[in-house]
Every structure is written in C-alpha cells, then in structure tokens.
Design a protein around this ligand. Structure first.
Ligand SMILES: CC(C)(COP(=O)(O)OP(=O)(O)OC[C@H]1O[C@@H](n2cnc3c(N)ncnc32)[C@H](O)[C@@H]1OP(=O)(O)O)[C@@H](O)C(=O)NCCC(=O)NCCSC(=O)C[C@H](O)C(=O)O
Ligand SMILES: [Mg+2]
Length: 285
C-alpha cells in the first residue's frame, strides 16, 4: 500500500492526556489517529501528556493505523519541547497547528529530522499561502481546521459551509497540485449522524481524502462516505473492461451507460479499484 492508496477516510483526534481514549483507539476501525497535544489537552496537563503519549505509542497496538502527533505551535511555551519529544516517538508524522507559511515548516523540520510533517490549515494567512505550504519538501498532509478558520473569518455556522468554501477549495487546489493528502475539518455535533453524513458527502464530492473526527461514534458514517461505493466499483470495472475491448479493436474511446470513456476516466477507475482493495486489506487485518 503506497501513499497514494493508503486510506485516510477517518482520522480521529485523541487527547494525548487521556489514557482510556488512547487505549480505546486501538479497537476502532479508523484509518489514522491524530494524537493531540494541542487544543484537546488542558494547560495543566500539557507537559504530562507528552510522557503519556510517548509511552502509549511505544507500547504499540495501533496496527496499521497512521499515527500523527499534533504538537502545540512553535510560538507557544510548549511547542519546541513537544517537537523534540515527537521526534523520538513511534509516529508516522508530526502535525503543526496554525501554519501561516512554509517558514514555520522549516523550523519544525529542523526539530524533527526525517519525520513527515502535516500542516493544520486554519488561518487566513495559511489559506493565502496554501500553495507554498503544500510545496514544502517535508509536507505530506493537510488537515483543515474549520473551527479556528471560522473563528478567524468570523463566519456563522451553515450546513452548506458556503462561508468557507473558498478556503476549502484553495487548500484542495494546493494539495492536489503537489500530491499531498488532504482531510476535511471536524463536525462538532458528534451525536448528529445525519448532519455528519451530509458534511462527509460534501467533503467527498469536493475531493477530500477523508475527514477528521472527534468521537468514536462518527467513524462508521465517515468510513462509508469516503470509501468507493459498490456502484462506483461496478462502474469502474465495466469502464476498464469496455475500454480494453475498444482498444483491442483499435479505438481510443468506449461508451458505458451512454457516456464516453477515455483514457483519463480509466485512470480514475483504476484509482477507485486500488482504494477499494486497500480498504479491503485494512478490514481483513
Ligand atoms: C467530545 C468528548 C469530550 C466526549 O467524551 P466522552 O464524554 O468521554 O464521550 P463518551 O462517554 O461518549 O465516550 C464513549 C467512549 O469513547 C471514548 N472516547 C471518546 N472520545 C474519544 C476519542 N476522541 N478517541 C478515542 N476514544 C474516545 C471514551 O473514552 C469512552 O470510552 P469507554 O469509557 O472505554 O467506553 C471526547 O470525545 C473528546 O475529547 N473528543 C476529542 C476532542 C478533541 O480531540 N478536540 C480537539 C480536536 S478538534 C480541533 O481542534 C480541530 C481543529 O483544530 C479546528 O480548529 O477545527
Ligand atoms: Mg484548530
């Protein structure tokens, strides 16, 4: 499973200070976990959470779930020590909050040599510098921070997210242009399955690779929304078969369900099948 097919449908935040939640996550069918040292951890617990988290990651048990550690900003009193601690943790990536520009990633890269870096995209400056941030050589993923973004923009909550569509699109454009994974922001009302489903579907329609979550009850809805559906898998298989048959007859175009199928559609079809296989492999673990 490579970086392009590794599923990131569901990305669950876990407060790095909560041992019970750290243990619970080992049993949840999430594709990735953000072990949080930032906003989910109370000020009095910030320093202790580093040791709790380091011990939990060292003990293992998270299987093939991607392990991402979110540190505090480097401009806070905890950030640099968090980064030095994260550099020694059993994790796949370090996530920096409130990234305004690529120079902050340079500073983090010097503290966590060899680790992949992910960026929280949640400030107005970050939106305006999204392309330069995505282009950073250590940067492998974007996480939308829609709560902080709403705060900075002074938007009101709307189910259609119209006030932040431009920001979401700017980050999507930057991520796709540089082959970077991008996951959507959290849905705060964690008992509202219908609202979550609608926002997941909107995120999938827009091109997000997955969504960040705050509670185990959100995982199932999210995994379903960001996995290829049976209809999509069936269509992809028929497109590939039809295109191969057309090519064998010297044609460059096939027709499936009344719609043309060209080489570019086959690229998408093969990606869908690869994603479905990768998800099936995870489920079989
Ligand atoms: C929201 C919560 C505080 C609710 O917690 P709680 O009241 O304990 O929920 P439940 O009693 O329903 O929990 C049932 C069991 O599930 C475990 N649990 C709960 N949450 C998690 C979790 N996130 N990961 C793993 N396990 C979890 C409980 O321990 C219970 O287990 P058990 O007793 O064994 O059955 C809580 O869900 C929570 O703290 N969520 C995370 C909040 C968080 O991480 N916030 C920061 C990230 S959001 C953000 O910052 C986005 C961004 O920066 C932006 O700007 O938008
Ligand atoms: Mg935030």
């Amino acid at each position: 499973m490579d970086a392009t097919t590794r599923p990131t449908r569901s990305v669950l935040y876990i407060p790095g200070s909560k041992e019970r939640a750290l243990d619970k996550a080992k049993t949840l069918p999430v594709d990735a976990i953000i072990f949080d040292l930032e906003d989910a951890v109370a000020i009095d617990e910030k320093v202790g959470a580093r040791d709790t988290l380091k011990a939990s990651l060292a003990a293992g048990g998270y299987g093939s779930r991607m392990k991402i550690v979110r540190i505090n900003g480097l401009d806070t009193q905890w950030g640099e020590d968090d980064a030095r601690a994260a550099a020694t943790m059993e994790c796949d990536a370090v996530l920096l909050p409130k990234v305004d520009g690529p120079e902050q990633l340079d500073a983090l890269a010097a503290l966590v040599p060899g680790k992949d870096i992910w960026a929280m995209m949640e400030t107005c400056k970050g939106m305006l510098h999204a392309e330069a941030i995505a282009a950073h050589p250590a940067l492998k993923g974007f996480v939308m921070g829609t709560n902080d973004l709403a705060k900075e923009l002074n938007t009101r909550f709307r189910a259609d997210r119209l006030p932040m569509i431009t920001s979401l699109q700017l980050c999507l454009l930057a991520a796709k242009a540089h082959g970077v994974t991008i996951v959507d922001g959290v849905y705060n009302a964690f008992k509202d399955d219908e609202g979550l489903k609608a926002e997941c579907e909107q995120g999938r329609d827009m091109g997000f690779d997955g969504k960040t979550l705050i509670h185990p009850a959100q995982v199932e809805v999210c995994n379903a929304a960001f996995a290829p559906s049976e209809a999509e898998i069936d269509l992809a298989q028929r497109q590939i078969a039809a295109f191969e048959a057309a090519e064998a007859e010297g044609q460059g175009v096939a027709v499936v369900d009344g719609k043309i199928v060209e080489n570019l559609h086959i690229v998408t079809a093969k990606k869908i099948l690869a994603q479905a296989e990768a998800i099936a492999a995870l489920s079989a673990e």
